[in-house]
Design a protein around this ligand. Sequence first.
Ligand SMILES: [Zn+2]
Length: 465
Amino acid sequence: MDYEKIQFKAGLEIHQQLETHKLFCNCPSELKDEPHEILIKRRLRAVPGEEGEVDVAAEYESLKNKEFIYEGYKDSSCLVEFDEEPPHNINQDALDIVLQICKMLNCKIVDEIQVMRKIVVDGSNTSGFQRTMLVGYDGKLETSKGIVKVDSVCLEEDSARKIAKNDNSIIYRLDRLGIPLIEIGTKPDIKNPEHCKETAELIGMILRSTGKVKRGLGTIRQDVNVSIKNGARVEIKGFQDLRNMPKIIEYEIERQLKEIVKQEVRKANSDGTTSFLRPIPGAGRMYPETDVKPIIIDNKRLDKIKLPELIDEKILRYEKQGLSSELARSFVKSGFELEDYDYKLDKTLIASVLVEVPKDLKARYNIEYEFKEKDYRFVLDALEKDKISKSAVTEIMLEIAQDKKIELNKFEKVNENKLEEEIKKIVHENKNLSDGALMGIIMKRFKNTADGKLIASILAKYKNG
Ligand SMILES: [Zn+2]
């Protein structure tokens, strides 16, 4: 497909939950599986006159007979979620995270933040609107296909979580309502479906580099706006997995080439196709939130916000210290910092004790054990003092995980001279055996007490002698 020729245009909108308490109250930002403790029922009240837009009104008409049921918790939903108390002061930590991300995206930052209400009529918000505020604009991302400009960065509240729905009512849970969300929108500078995935991955990497965003399913949502020559803008929502993103966009483009396309919101399906979700809501459904004072952002505040090291830079730095690309990646993902482990040991050995061996134990023995800092230190100290060979690490950590009393004596590293003597003897006693068979016998004998490489190099000296 010649994407330039069909005048392919795409922009991304990314929503990511921040790892802090809620935006306008102190309730925790945690989704709960347990049964709810509070339940209230509401019908949509008459909306105030400011709302204006026809499409919103139309949607309101279609929903006004529905009953909305909200489930909450005593310890994690307060009167703010129920819209029975005005919003508290804005969560400053959430705002600082967004300011930091704005800096990372090279955005201009507004000097005064005005919180706005965006009308939401589907009941996913108890107040009938979502609070949102513009923080940054005019940023840029450097990608392999050139600059992708960042249009806007907003801080907003997440909506309530839809639990169930029937003809008469919709049940929402309030645990998600009010979780701080950053919304990043790019300009339609994306060149093709693969480039869209690359840009989404880049934004995801930048967000994770702060260490202050939520992780896991549903904590980040990507929407893609896509159009071709003479076509309408179509928004695709609900990408489950970035790997499928190019395929879904390719299918959508094929559809747009075949059909006359209306401006609408479509849902990304798991088979790569998209299906109609709803019309694109009109603009101008926003008005100022008068319960929250404008927030001045001065240089003093901005100067205090430092840029974190990007995950990609950190991976490169660890690669330079000798870690393989794969190990560097999983090490960074694990959240450990190599600098915290001040040993003279080989960096790859340190990283594998911390990350690889626990993963290996899980895969091989199905052991789900959360190693503690002292466990890692116990193993690393023994290695550093040359008490054990690195071949003993897995066995020792297995015993720790099985809560066994570790007797380091049994893993004591064989002295190199002694090892050489023993190997010489074994070779002498087994003159008829092949090199492979000899290696097998020796490895078995020194399984946890000598390094395989050392054994192989000594054996190479004596095997034909
Ligand atoms: Zn609350």
